[in-house]
Design a protein around this ligand. Structure first.
Ligand SMILES: [Fe+2]
Length: 316
């Protein structure tokens, strides 16, 4: 069985559409929306193709209509794009986001998978890199062969005594210095972290057409083209825009002098004003033994990834 693992799509349709992998099952570990300007085809695709999906902090914030209160770093990008999501997403799509469970356990091909966006300790906010000791501590109560996570936008595969932790990296906003879209394939227990180039210009054009202001577009361009490495030269352009720095500022100045508040960190759900919750219908922490139905012998082992047309996102 060939399993496609996706995380952190962030409304970046050209990035998602660039993944042309055959798969038997798709597992999605959260952050379908925010940051990008093309949520409709992304939500439609995941609804149609993901066998199992969990909610990320951005899905939660969009679905619960939580406004962004800060205006630094990535908060600015979320602040510019979130209201657009509320305009573009249909009630049915919003309901899909709000009903996504926080964690899921599934069994596929005899392997037990545990899905959570950030960590079991804090499913929305904890930012944990590929630290074996830290992950071993988090997994003490988790019985699984594979633990699938996202949130950091950094791809890794950690083999621990209790489980293999896989972060496929981010589809729509990589932050490991490689701007290509990231995902993972698990086949017969073997894990492969993969990358594919996508049309970043198309993503930015779509954002501009959606009415995103030029300063925020400059930030999005810096983030996407540098693969999330804000020390890139583009950061200078963005900081100049946002902070209205004097023209005399030395553009070759040491990047370490940049205000740490401008360095990218993931906006926390707790940083935002919490409005009354929409009902989740008890969908959190669902546990399910998920087994794919057997295929007739005359069908291929894998099914092709069917992507809706990029230019004409369909609505429900
Ligand atoms: Fe994310």
């Amino acid at each position: 069985m060939r399993i496609l693992v996706l995380a952190d799509i962030h409304s970046n349709w050209p990035a998602l559409a660039a993944i042309q992998e055959p798969f038997d099952a798709c597992l999605f570990v959260g952050d379908l929306v925010d940051y990008g300007a093309d949520p409709v085809p992304c939500v439609n695709w995941v609804r149609k193709h993901a066998s199992v999906a969990v909610r990320g902090n951005h899905d939660h914030a969009v679905a619960q209509r939580i406004p962004v209160k800060k205006d630094n770093g990535l908060h600015r990008l979320a602040a510019a794009t979130r209201p657009l999501h509320w305009k573009l997403l249909s009630p049915s799509q919003m309901k899909y986001l709000v009903r996504l469970p926080v964690t899921r356990r599934v069994t596929l091909d005899g392997k037990r998978f545990y899905l959570v966006h950030a960590t079991p300790r804090d499913p929305f906010d904890e930012y944990l890199r590929d630290d074996k000791a830290e992950w071993s501590e988090r997994l003490q109560a988790i019985d699984a062969d594979f633990v699938l996570v996202g949130h950091t936008h950094l791809p890794y595969c950690l083999s621990l005594d209790r489980a293999t932790v896989i972060n496929p990296g981010s589809v729509g906003q990589p932050r490991d210095g490689d701007p290509r879209c990231a995902y993972a394939i698990i086949e017969n227990g073997r894990v492969e972290l993969r990358r594919v180039t996508y049309d970043i210009t198309a993503t930015l054009k779509q954002m501009r057409n959606s009415g995103i202001d030029e300063d925020t577009l400059a930030l999005a361009e810096a983030v996407l083209k540098s693969g999330g490495r804000m020390e890139s030269a583009d950061l200078e352009r963005w900081t100049k825009h946002v902070n209205a720095l004097p023209e005399t500022r030395d553009p070759t100045a040491d990047q370490s002098s940049i205000d740490p508040s401008l360095v990218m960190t993931e906006p926390s759900v707790n940083d935002t004003e919490v409005l009354p919750l929409l009902p989740t219908n008890g969908a959190d922490d669902q546990t399910e033994e998920f087994v794919l139905p057997p295929k007739p012998d005359n069908l291929a082992d894998t099914v092709a990834l069917e992507l809706p047309p990029a230019k004409v996102p369909h609505r429900e």
